[in-house]
Design a binder for this molecule. Structure first.
Ligand code: NAG
Ligand code: NAG
Length: 300
């Protein structure tokens, strides 16, 4: 039998989500953004990777390497990841929003060890509002993307900074993406306390359709990545978390684009079943409309 399996945290998520909770989808019009938005890049460019090493309690970590990563908690349990794209907007998966009661959601930024509540750079916010893509389909996971606006803007700095949205149609096939999160370290394993990242090769959709999924399951709005032999997958990331691609800006600085959103896969790191991600470049209009293009931080 073929079926889709929500990546990673499904068992945890499914047991904690209210079964009756339903969320109406509203698409915010561009004009609504003119008033009330407090977005401000505080002079920062998007996507600049942080210091890659910092010694904490004697062990090396990568605390500020990916400062746009956020952990989403539902009633205190980690259930999804997300990526910061302004000082108050996040991109995540629609299935992390759809049918979830936002009053019970808390989002943590600037964290490395999610169990360590006294981390210096940590900021916590609630959901002000959120929008799943109106075309999201739970059956196919097509259009699995959504936008969150926080209850209150963040203070941007070393530990908390936004990632870049891709400019347009990059060809990533054959190159590696980075996927990160606090998700399970194996299909039946536990969540990770510390942020982990993996490198996965990006494949063309034509190639992905030759893998063990049914070709029709892989739509143009998805992108697949992973190794044929399995073993390394977005199981180490979370649903809704970022798939990232590193480029260089005009000043030669390493800069990271959000090219995908962790969406689904059958199991985790099973041979022949690559991870499937929402292809962010296909949602450029939706994202810019929901977020307000002027809220996005400059690349250069
Ligand atoms: C994470 O933080 C908790 C609470 O401070 C601590 O008990 C745990 O050992 C830390 N985990 C790691 C992997 O450092
Ligand atoms: C999504 O993007 C891909 C790659 O640029 C393109 O081939 C495809 O037609 C797009 N699909 C949709 C539905 O816009």
């Amino acid at each position: 039998m073929w079926y889709l399996m929500m990546l990673l945290l499904c068992p945890a998520l499914c047991s904690t989500l209210p079964q009756d909770g339903s969320l109406s989808i509203t698409v915010r019009k561009r004009n609504d953004l003119a008033t009330g938005s407090s977005c401000n890049c505080q002079g920062l460019k998007c996507g600049l990777v942080g210091r890659t090493n910092r010694v904490v309690g004697g062990s090396e970590t990568t605390l500020t390497e990916l400062p746009w990563i956020a952990a989403m908690f539902y009633k205190g349990k980690l259930y999804c990841g997300a990526a910061l794209v302004s000082n108050e907007h996040l991109v995540t998966a629609a299935h992390c929003i759809n049918r979830v009661d936002k009053r019970h959601v808390e989002i943590v930024f600037g964290s490395h060890n999610i169990s360590d509540v006294v981390e210096a750079g940590r900021q916590t916010r609630r959901v002000g509002d959120w929008w799943a893509h109106p075309g999201f389909q739970r059956r196919s996971f097509n259009n699995d993307i959504g936008v969150i606006r926080l209850s209150e803007p963040l203070v941007l700095g070393t530990d908390v900074r936004p990632v870049c949205l891709p400019e347009s149609g990059g060809d990533y096939v054959g190159q590696h993406a980075i996927v990160a999160g606090w998700g399970r370290v194996s299909e039946k394993g536990r969540n990770s306390e510390v942020l982990r990242k993996v490198r996965v090769p990006i494949m063309s959709n034509d190639e992905c359709k030759t893998k063990k999924y049914r070709p029709s399951e892989i739509t143009d709005n998805m992108v697949c990545a992973g190794y044929d032999q399995g073993k390394i997958d977005a199981c180490q990331g979370d649903s809704g978390g970022p798939m990232m691609f590193e480029t260089k800006n005009n000043a030669g600085q390493r800069q990271v684009d959000l090219i995908g959103v962790v969406s689904w896969g059958q199991g985790c790191a099973r041979p022949g079943y690559p991870g499937v991600y929402t292809r962010v470049e296909n949602f450029s209009n939706f994202l810019r409309q929901q977020i307000g293009a002027s809220c996005l931080c400059p690349r250069n």
